[in-house]
Structure formats: structure tokens, C-alpha cells
Design a binder for this molecule. Structure first.
Ligand code: PS7
Ligand code: MN
Ligand code: MN
Ligand code: MN
Ligand code: MN
Length: 345
């Protein structure tokens, strides 16, 4: 313990930034380009929630061990001596080196600590709730996405406001939630196979109320004989996620600081890119579906203004539109959504 106290504060930060890079290259990129006053809080916020998520995701931890960790995680971040090993690879490293995250957290200004603690507390409670129950209805699906992403959007907005860099519109709370929901609904679609193949237990985030119209068990989408049903359900899920785009535009259009703008806009463009790639794509049920590296690089480099956002959404929604087949049961609805988006662009 003595030795740990002697680590110079700069060492905690460089280890945090190196772990950030190892767990997410894309978030590492958008966090690095932020102004100094936001960069450190965002790095810590990311690592704290990523560690919380590593506990949530590890299906080998017994429920009675996992639940109290999730619901008291907001207290563990204040404790440099707290340690819990779980997860795999770079996530395991993060858990084993978590004292560096705590040390960095304790050096942040109080106002940032408060937001991070509050969101961690509420997200942990929400994750615990969904360890105990499955995603049955579309309301459950929205509620889960609210806990792991909508709440985060809310917390990020609070940090932007606290920094004095942003003012935001009166409806920022609802718009922040939509920003998170759009990202996370997309993520859940893309991660179908990764989640269902989780060992020792599958994870299921698609709402039963929707998939049960197509198959008897969510796993059935993996079978080749169910390809048509699987893709129809996938197309419905993609169309549903698109309903948040208008709110996302409103949120982004109100941002003033160019680095905050890029931080918020780049993940949203990656999401519409992912949706357009997933639409009508049976590969979602066969392997990994990911936006190409070259496309990612273009988005990272070429997103500076609202016009860039509209341009990217226009292009990706064209790619999606070109795949809509009139035989798809929800084709009309999908085309309506595409048109509504393109009208704004
Ligand atoms: C900008 C108003 C603090 C920047 C960014 C780690 C990513 C991991 O990857 O399926 O398959 O393991 O387990 C709104 C980020 C929503 C959250 C949720 C946008 C922290 C994206 C912990 C709000 C990101 C939310 C789990 C929970 O999915 O993932 C604005 C910063 C944003 C982290 C994300 C991820 C959830 C997640 P994987 P999972
Ligand atoms: Mn995860
Ligand atoms: Mn998770
Ligand atoms: Mn996932
Ligand atoms: Mn994943």
C-alpha cells in the first residue's frame, strides 16, 4: 500500500490512457481530441463504466456475487484498495489495474466525480435488474438501453454543461437519452451472435415480444433454415432504431464546442453506418459485421460540422434504402423512416 501511494500522479494517468486505448481505439480517439479540461474526466468515466460492464458481462460470476458488486460499484471507485478480478484479455487487465482508475478518479474535480458516481450508481442498479430478468417487451428493451446508454448520455451532457463549454437546449435530457438509445439499439442488433454465443451462458438483448413473431427461441435465428425470418426480424429492429435519428440531429445541432461536437457526432455516424451494413444482411447471424476500417478512418477524419453529419447520414441511408425489398413485411415503414431522415439532411 505504501508503495502504491508513492506512484506519481502522472503514472496513474498514463496507465489509464493506455488502458483506454487497449479497450476501445475509437473512444480513445474521440476522447484524445477533447480539450484538456474534459479529456481527463471522460477517460476516467469511460474506464469506470467499462469496468462495471466487465462485471455485468462476465457470465461465469455467480449471481449472488455479481449483484452486490454492480449495485455498490459507485462506492468502489472511491476506494484505491478495492479489487475484483474478472473478464478476459484487456478487460481483465483493466480490472486488475483498477486502482489506477480510482487514483485518477480521486484527482478529478468534485463536480465531475459527482456525475460519474451518480451515473455509475444508476447504471449498476439497472444492470443488476436485468441480470434477474430477461428482455421481454419493447418497454424492457428501451429500459435496458436507458440504463446502459441513455443514462450515460445524460451524464455526458451534465459534464459538458459543468465545463461551461456547452449550453444545450431545454429538452436536452430527452435528447441525450435518444443519443444513447440510438447507439445502444444499434449495438444490440450488431452483437446478436456475440451475445448469444457467450460462454458459459448466452446473453439475450433482443425483445421477446418482437422475435417471438418470427421464431420460437432467439437462438433459432442462427439456423440456416430460418434465414428469411431472421432477416425480417433484423430489418424490423433496424427500422425501430432509426426512430431516434431526428432527436440525435437536434442534440448535435445545438453543440458549440468543435471537440465536443466531434466526440458526440462520430459515434452516431458509426451507428448509422452499422445499421446500413446490418440491414438485410444475414451475416449478422453468421459472424462479425463491422464497418470497414477505411470507412471508419474517413468518419473520424471527416466529421467537423453538422453538414458532415447530414452528408454521412444521407449517404448511409441511401445504402440502406437500396437494399429495401418490397417483399419485406416492414418495407413501407423502413422507407418512411429513410425518407424522414433524408428530408432533414
Ligand atoms: C454523447 C449525449 C464515458 C465516453 C456514448 C463503457 C458504449 C459498455 O462492447 O454489449 O459488447 O462489451 O456490454 C450520448 C463512454 C452511449 C459504457 C454502452 C451518447 C462510456 C454509448 C458502459 C452516449 C461507455 C454507450 C454495454 C456500458 O454494452 O458492450 C451523448 C464514455 C453513449 C461505456 C455504450 C456500452 C454498454 C456499455 P460490448 P455491451
Ligand atoms: Mn460489454
Ligand atoms: Mn454489457
Ligand atoms: Mn455488446
Ligand atoms: Mn461486443
Amino acid at each position: 500500500k505504501k508503495a502504491q501511494m508513492q506512484i506519481p500522479s502522472g503514472a496513474h494517468w498514463s496507465l489509464c490512457y493506455s488502458m483506454l486505448h487497449n479497450v476501445s481505439t475509437s473512444f480513445s480517439y474521440v476522447i484524445h481530441q477533447l480539450r484538456t479540461e474534459l479529456r481527463n474526466p471522460m477517460c476516467v468515466f469511460y474506464l469506470v463504466l467499462r469496468a462495471l460492464d466487465t462485471v455485468e458481462d462476465d457470465t461465469s460470476i455467480p449471481k449472488e456475487v455479481k449483484l452486490p458488486i454492480l449495485t455498490s460499484f459507485h462506492r468502489h471507485i472511491y476506494d484505491r484498495d478495492w479489487h475484483f478480478s474478472c473478464g478476459r484479455d484487456e478487460f481483465k487487465v483493466l480490472m486488475d489495474q483498477f486502482h489506477h482508475v480510482s487514483s485518477a478518479f480521486l484527482q478529478l474535480e468534485k463536480c465531475y466525480q459527482e456525475v460519474i458516481k451518480d451515473i455509475t450508481k444508476r447504471m449498476g442498479a439497472g444492470m443488476a435488474k436485468f441480470i434477474c430478468q430477461e428482455v421481454e417487451t419493447t418497454e424492457d428493451h428501451i429500459e435496458y438501453c436507458y440504463y446502459v446508454a441513455g443514462l450515460l448520455g445524460f451524464g455526458l451532457s451534465k459534464i459538458f454543461l459543468a465545463s461551461g463549454l456547452e449550453v444545450l437546449t431545454p429538452d436536452w435530457e430527452q435528447l441525450s437519452n435518444s443519443m444513447g438509445l440510438f447507439l445502444h439499439k444499434t449495438h444490440i442488433i450488431k452483437d446478436y451472435l456475440e451475445d448469444i454465443n457467450e460462454i458459459p451462458e448466452p446473453r439475450k438483448f433482443w425483445p421477446r415480444q418482437i422475435w417471438s413473431k418470427y421464431v420460437a427461441k432467439l437462438e433459432d435465428f442462427k439456423d440456416e433454415e430460418n434465414s428469411t425470418k431472421a432477416v425480417q426480424c433484423l430489418n424490423y429492429m433496424v427500422t425501430d432504431a432509426m426512430m431516434h435519428i431526428e432527436d440525435c440531429f437536434k442534440y448535435l445541432a445545438a453543440l458549440r464546442d468543435p471537440t465536443v461536437f466531434r466526440f458526440c457526432a462520430i459515434p452516431q455516424i458509426m451507428a448509422i453506418g452499422t445499421l446500413s451494413l446490418c440491414y438485410d444482411n444475414v451475416q449478422v447471424f453468421r459472424g462479425v459485421v463491422k464497418v470497414r476500417r477505411g470507412t471508419t478512418a474517413k468518419v473520424m477524419d471527416g466529421t467537423k460540422t453538422m453538414d458532415d453529419v447530414y452528408g454521412a447520414f444521407y449517404d448511409f441511408s441511401c445504402m440502406l434504402k437500396a437494399k429495401v425489398d418490397e417483399k419485406d413485411p416492414n418495407a413501407m415503414e423502413t422507407l418512411d423512416r429513410v425518407e424522414a431522415v433524408q428530408k432533414i439532411c
